[in-house]
Design a binder for this molecule. Structure first.
Ligand code: DON
Length: 574
């Protein structure tokens, strides 16, 4: 662990804290200093590691494993700390997915995605002329689904070894006594200042009179009290009692529809993880209501019989092939994918070898296939998120992606409870053909219905080698770019033989069928762009794609861990 993280604690910290109120990890003479820390972008560890969006969260996750916990304990503690120190995406007011493979070989897929409230209805975001009002699905009280994160954390902790009270205490301390914010976080908070004011009904810790700057201390007293209620009352500390009442009061003040019954009725779903073979390796992914696992399955299978490694990394040939596969898979996403409890997702067909072969039958290696000529396949049956990759000393692997949807979610802070609500309702198809904030379109499969989970792109992924030993833990935020980023990360390692750092940091590209364009990150080859343009592709350069966290397990069992250079992301371990 970096010297900066284990260094001594500020005097201020010592003055503020009473020893008994602190976790054994954070505080005076303890291990982690919330005022002095830096990101560690890549490191190889012997036993256990966490890679995630914030150095404090990685460090606390790793520390839980060091103190006798396992990867599930780390998963809970890390997410709770992210909810405090990375409030643009870390959350208790949102939801997520966890894919794990236990050391005994059992796979786990936990779905703690938000649900549409009971009062939600298919056309709730249409005005009287039938026009979609996406401002309502993206901002403010009506944009929120019923949060799933806390239920997900309790379901995760059931596989852990440490008491929940131990896992939550670091987050409580960080909220109560504060931590130093980074330059990126200061800029992010400043950029949403007006939006937070507009969409909240009371002042919050996230808005201060002057602009935030790097080095400021963010203290979240209301959040600390909410976390204490969860510590003391378990899941009911969020879904019932005072916290639930505060959420419902907030909803009433701002025209939201989440009720006490919605909160009380929220259920985590244990799903069957998707598993398929790629050249002898086993890839394990999240099933619907995420589209991510299915898209990665289709994309990898569209590559398997083709000489991608010979084409070379980001050559015109390899990029064109990958883009054409992406175009076809995303057309299927729009038509066939939704919450499997409400819509029959034809998983078997979409992933069958015959179907996938047929999808690529009109692929032309010399030119772009216009998206308007690509429809979903014919079958007979229908910024801001955050990722955590973990492996422990026992061989448990966990991949978690969790989100509020947009950066700082709906921008509604629950008055008195101090946390931000999600704007996940925008991930539904609010009207057939109307794009969500990531440009994704959909129809019946992903229409709004009470209790339904909105379709996601989140793609927590694990890979086992030919002997079924842990090989890769990967995932990223990035809206609809998530599956294509995970796809590129896997291809970078499995086909182009990259180390974890290169697999994460090399420029990325993305195509999602509609809009019909290839998006590229800065640094993507200008030559390849020229050649793609000549073949009929439309290209647009865009900002950073994703924040990928990768653990690659080396032949000698060491864990090579990389946190994305695109954010404050950091690795930790031992
Ligand atoms: O579930 C989804 O697909 C989206 N709500 C994810 C949003 C996201 O990744 C934003 N991050 N940049």
């Amino acid at each position: 662990m970096k010297r900066t993280i284990v260094s001594s604690i500020l005097l201020l910290w010592q003055l503020n804290c009473t020893a008994q109120s602190l976790s054994p990890i954070i505080g005076a003479n303890k291990i982690i200093d919330p005022y002095h820390y830096t990101s560690v972008k890549s490191q190889t560890f012997d036993k256990a590691s966490v890679a995630c969006a914030h150095p404090l969260a990685s460090a606390i996750g790793a520390e839980m494993m060091k103190q006798g916990g396992n990867a599930f304990d780390a998963a809970v503690a890390t997410q709770l700390v992210l909810a405090v120190v990375y409030s643009n995406a870390g959350n208790i007011g949102g939801g997520g997915f966890l894919v794990a493979r236990k050391s005994d070989g059992k796979s786990i897929a936990l779905d703690y995605r938000e649900t549409a409230p009971a009062k939600a209805s298919r056309d709730m975001y249409l005005d009287k002329n039938g026009n979609a009002q996406t401002l309502l699905s993206q901002f403010g009280h009506q944009a929120s689904g019923v949060p799933g994160t806390i239920a997900g954390l309790f379901a995760t902790a059931a596989y852990g070894k440490l008491p929940f009270k131990t896992l939550i205490q670091p987050a409580i301390d960080l909220a109560e006594y504060g931590y130093t914010i980074t330059e990126r976080e200061a800029a992010a908070l400043n950029s949403v200042r007006e939006s937070l004011i507009k969409n909240s009904t009371a002042p919050s810790a996230f808005v201060k009179e002057n602009k935030w700057k790097a080095g400021d201390t963010l203290i979240q007293k209301d959040m600390a009290e909410t976390l204490k209620r969860i510590r003391d009352n378990g899941q009911k500390g969020f879904y019932e009692g005072k916290t639930a009442q505060l959420i419902v009061d907030e909803m009433k003040k701002g025209g939201g529809i989440i009720s006490l019954e919605d909160l009380k009725n929220y259920q985590v779903k244990s799903r069957t993880a998707l598993e398929f073979k790629y050249k002898g390796n086993t890839i394990i992914g999240m099933p619907p209501p995420s589209s991510g696992g299915l898209i990665v399955w289709q994309l990898m299978k569209m590559m398997e019989q083709r000489p991608l490694a010979n084409y070379g990394f980001q050559t015109t040939k390899s990029v064109q092939l990958m883009v054409e596969a992406e175009r076809r898979s995303y057309a299927d996403r729009a038509e066939f994918m939704g919450d499997p409890d409400f819509w029959k997702v034809p998983v078997k067909t979409l992933t069958s070898d015959a179907y996938i072969k047929n999808r690529m039958s009109d692929y032309d290696s010399n030119k772009a296939t216009p998206s308007k000529e690509i429809k979903a396949g014919v079958i007979k049956e229908s910024e801001e998120t955050t990722h955590i990759s973990i492996i422990d000393q026992y061989g448990n692997m966990i991949s978690i992606t969790t989100t509020l949807n947009n950066s700082y979610g709906s921008r509604t802070v629950v008055a008195g409870a101090g946390f931000i609500m999600n704007d996940e309702m925008d991930d539904f198809s609010v009207k057939p053909g109307v794009a969500n904030m990531y440009g994704a379109i959909g129809g019946e499969a992903n229409a709004i219905a009470p209790g339904k989970r909105m379709l996601s792109s989140m793609t927590p992924t694990l890979v086992l080698d030919k002997k079924k030993k842990p090989l890769i833990v990967a995932g990223t935020p990035g809206g609809t770019t998530i599956p294509t980023s995970v796809f590129q990360t896997l291809v970078n390692i499995l086909e182009f033989d990259m180390n974890a750092t290169d697999a994460v940091n090399k420029p990325k590209f993305h195509h999602q069928w509609m809009p019909d364009e290839v998006m590229t990150e800065k640094g993507f080859s200008e030559d390849v762009k020229k050649q793609l343009l000549a073949m009929g592709y439309k290209i647009s350069e865009r900002g950073a794609i994703g924040r990928t966290e990768v653990i690659k397990i080396l032949a000698d069992g060491k864990r090579e861990v990389a946190a994305d250079k695109r954010g404050d992301d950091s690795v930790s371990g031992f």
